[in-house]
Design a protein around this ligand. Structure first.
Ligand code: SF4
Length: 67
């Protein structure tokens, strides 16, 4: 097995993220919470689109270099 590095903008491009629908009182609202499955940390919450998702966090366990 090998661990490889790859370049990404946001965690949605990483196979190690997971999402959950954000629970709100309005059932018509649709937003996602993003989690890192390596350390189970929250990456970002209440993202109605990928544009709202933050950049890869500084605590990313796989980050080799920030560019
Ligand atoms: S924090 Fe790092 S390892 Fe976790 S999902 Fe994002 S890019 Fe992947």
């Amino acid at each position: 097995m090998a661990i490889i590095g790859f370049e990404i903008e946001k965690c949605n491009e990483c196979p190690l993220h997971r999402t959950e629908r954000t629970i709100t009182s309005d059932s018509f609202e649709y937003a996602l919470d993003y989690y890192c499955t390596v350390n189970n940390k929250v990456i970002d919450e209440y993202c109605e689109s990928i544009g709202e998702l933050c950049s890869v966090p500084k605590w990313c366990p796989l980050m080799l270099k920030e560019s």
